[in-house]
Ligand binder design. Structure first.
Ligand code: PLP
Length: 408
């Protein structure tokens, strides 16, 4: 829980205390039926979550990482393929690609939204790939076929999906959304002339219900969504040892099922998700207004085609470490998502990327700070965060409001 003096980065205690009775009832039901794996609680949650995402099928699995791995595999991504994604995401995005047997390759991000840059994706496909004699798109970096792109809807805001889908169409790529941070985010598709929900636009999509997410379980959980029944059926097999019927294994799969208790808990929380998302949006508007005059910080940019759900509220400032230290001394918790972009992680040293290859992601990683953001944060708490930021930045050397970065 939080008080006015110490402001947590995220308050996970209050929402659970508010729902304690309903959540406890889920445990009771599971104990009285001994239904721990699969069954009606999982099926009901899958139906409800598919409806929430305005998509045909949701398949509940054990984590967002498994959701992405199974979605990629079910879409046909396999050993030796290249999957294009961004470097400024949680490593689970690229772990899932590698676990499907494929190789991740990075393109840079847009300097205002921090999501995949459509221009950079187009440039990558046009200039850093060639068609071989059989018409396959081949990456010049590693000589492998480029088969898919994973746009990450970072911080709760969707990537610019229309042009991404158009490019994917033109180059014959599969699109799998990493929607692990974007439950309920919306995108206005100019092509379809309507708002679309995260998880409903790609061939498939992955969600995480890690406890701190906008919709979080009380443990590990995830889901894959798709409009294609064959892909949904394949994901169901992959999560359950490759079987559609008990002990008849068409393929080798994984143990990637969701516990019934987690499904039941998620069902209770799902009813509150639209309200919680709206509170996050309201609090983001408040931060934007309160920080608008501050020349030393850059607030998040929400294009007119986006309704973000602010899983994180991320600002940029030049003396990031000093800024965070002073907020910490004032009792205000912050975070960095993520301090080292994936192309600079030791785990990917063998790919030989340099900082200069992806300058926007590199620069942004050095300046981002995630401020306290959760549905129950009070106006008083927000005012204190902003007041502290004002005090810190008034003594800092002034820097231009827009920190322009030159793309590669
Ligand atoms: C962008 C992104 N992708 C994938 C994941 C993986 O989800 P999980 O932790 O549930 O495996 C996360 C979770 O943190 C994430 O933020």
């Amino acid at each position: 829980m939080s008080d006015a003096k110490n402001i947590p980065f995220l308050d996970l205690i209050t929402p659970h205390a508010e729902l304690e009775q309903e959540l406890t009832e889920v445990f009771r039901r599971a104990l009285s039926t001994a239904g721990f794996i699969g069954g009606p609680m999982v099926e009901k949650f899958e139906t409800s979550f598919a409806e929430f995402c305005a998509v045909g099928h949701a398949v509940a699995v054990s984590s967002g990482t498994d959701a992405l791995r199974f979605a990629l595999m079910a879409c046909g991504v396999g050993p030796g393929d290249v999957v294009v994604t961004v470097p400024n995401t949680f490593i689970a995005t690229t772990e899932a690609i590698s676990q499907a047997g494929a190789l991740p390759e990075f393109v840079d991000v847009d300097q205002r939204t921090y999501n995949i840059s459509v221009q950079m994706l187009e440039r990558f496909l046009e200039k850093q790939c060639v068609r071989n004699s059989s018409g396959k798109l081949i990456s010049l970096r590693n000589g492998r076929p480029v088969v898919a792109v994973v746009p990450v809807h970072l911080y709760g805001q969707m990537a610019d999906m229309d042009p991404i889908l158009e490019l994917a169409d033109r180059f014959g790529l599969i699109v799998v959304e990493d929607a692990c941070q974007a439950h309920g985010a919306q995108y206005f598709s100019r092509k379809n002339d309507r708002w679309c929900t995260a998880g409903s636009m790609g061939r498939a999509a992955a969600f995480s219900f890690y406890p701190g997410k906008n919709l979080g379980a009380c443990g590990e959980a995830g889901a894959a969504t798709t409009n294609d029944p064959a892909i949904a059926a394949k994901i169901r097999m992959l999560r359950d040892h490759g079987q559609a019927h008990k002990y008849y294994h068409d393929i080798e799969g994984y143990n990637g099922r969701l516990d019934s208790i987690q499904a039941g808990l998620l069902q209770v929380k799902l009813a509150h998700l639209p309200g919680w998302n709206q509170l996050r949006r309201d609090r983001a508007v408040d931060y934007n207004r309160l920080l608008a005059e501050n020349e030393a910080v850059v607030c998040p940019h929400e294009p007119s085609w986006s309704k973000a759900v602010y899983h994180l509220y991320v600002i940029r400032t030049q003396d990031r470490d000093g800024f965070m230290k002073q907020l910490k001394e004032a009792g205000i918790a912050t975070g960095i998502h993520y301090p080292v972009p994936l192309h600079m992680q030791k785990a990917y040293a063998s790919m030989h990327y340099s900082e200069a290859d992806l300058p926007v992601a590199t620069r942004v990683a050095a300046e981002i700070v995630s401020l306290p953001m959760f549905p129950q944060i009070t106006s008083l708490q927000q005012a204190r965060v902003v007041e502290q930021i004002r005090a810190i930045t008034s003594t800092a050397p002034q820097s231009p409001k827009a920190f322009a970065v030159q793309p590669a």
